[in-house]
Design a protein around this ligand. Structure first.
Ligand code: C2E
Ligand code: MG
Ligand code: MG
Ligand code: MG
Length: 292
């Protein structure tokens, strides 16, 4: 039966499905190739200040361009990359590329913005993470305070003491840390107090029905006030409508990210948006060479 559908089967693999061993092996082989053959790229989604409406940063989001199957979403492959350990190599590439891209925008005379990079559990727990981050900064010459790492509550809670220690090292280097998908994982409030983080990201599952779901409104308001009491900035992800934005703004949320303002974009379109905000004209190319 597998022959009937052949290679296309892995296209339909999602985290929610119980992929067969065979499907997984196909995907894994494809992923190994992808690392060797540089089939990845990064898109960058603007993060916007809710009061000024200005872009202050972007989040790097990986895409896999499969030679036969086209674009494959990270939701389809990050889990397996994590399980197989390939995430360490992939994540390192993401970090280096994102830092260099941020420097390329700066070198072109665009506004200095921050770069957020997602870090998955295995990558975070890897012994050389701090060293890898330091190298990515050194090689790109990007100042540490322009880099933010997004981690999840479940990642931190896997080994709380060790995570807090590592986050502390990163913070001491000048890097910011943010909790992604906040509210979907489990972390006690007392643990939250000990995280050396600078922002909380309200998960998009609480944002999608914000306009008319009273429970989601209560959760969003609670996260905003909790964050502010802990001296953290609060950002909402997955903002798609003006009603959602208005609710968040009137409840004092600091920042937003979502399709309402912009989808994840290639580097030159980020540059265009920054210029449209009145930043100086570009004088050098903002796209990195495809070969590195
Ligand atoms: P995330 O870090 O929570 O990223 C937010 C996801 O929501 C992204 O999906 C983004 O494209 C999507 N999104 C943004 N605005 C909206 C909106 O208004 N509505 C909706 N419905 N979705 C929106 P994407 O790019 O498919 O990434 C999915 C997840 O894959 C990310 O969730 C992150 O956990 C993971 N991921 C992506 N890139 C990387 C990476 O470089 N490294 C690691 N470790 N994980 C990554
Ligand atoms: Mg994220
Ligand atoms: Mg998120
Ligand atoms: Mg999310």
């Amino acid at each position: 039966r597998a022959k009937e559908t052949g290679n296309n089967r892995f296209l339909f693999y999602t985290r929610e499905m119980n992929a067969s061993v065979e499907d997984k092996l196909l995907l894994l082989e494809g992923l190994r190739n992808a690392v060797e053959q540089q089939q990845f790229s990064l898109l960058y989604q603007p993060k916007v200040d809710l009061r000024s409406g200005r872009i202050f940063g972007v989040e790097a989001l990986i895409r896999w361009h499969h030679p036969e199957h086209g674009m494959i979403s990270p939701l389809r492959f990050i889990g397996l990359a994590e399980e197989s350990g390939l995430i360490v190599a992939i994540g390192d590439w993401v970090l280096r590329t994102a830092c260099r891209q941020n420097m390329a925008w700066r070198a072109a005379g665009l506004a200095p913005i921050s770069m957020s990079v997602n870090v998955s559990p295995r990558q975070f727990e890897e012994l050389r993470l701090v060293e890898r981050v330091a190298l990515a900064l050194e090689d790109s010459k990007l100042p540490a305070d322009a880099l933010e790492l997004e981690v999840t509550e479940s990642l931190i809670m896997r080994d709380l003491a060790q995570s807090v220690g590592k986050m502390g090292e990163l913070k001491a280097m000048g890097i910011s840390l943010s909790i992604d998908d906040f509210g979907t994982g489990y972390s006690s409030l007392s643990a939250l107090k000990s995280f050396p983080i600078s922002s909380l990201k309200i998960d998009k599952s609480f944002v999608s029905e914000l306009a008319d779901n009273l429970d989601d409104q209560a959760i969003a308001m609670a996260v905003i006030s909790l964050g502010h009491k802990l001296n953290l900035r609060v950002i909402a992800e997955g903002v798609e409508t003006e009603q959602q934005r208005d609710f968040l703004r009137s409840n004092d949320c600091d920042e937003m990210q979502g399709y309402l303002f912009s989808r994840p974009l290639p580097p030159d379109e980020v540059a265009t948006l920054l210029q449209a905000q009145g930043w100086p004209a570009i004088n050098t190319p903002v796209t990195l060479d495809a070969c590195d």
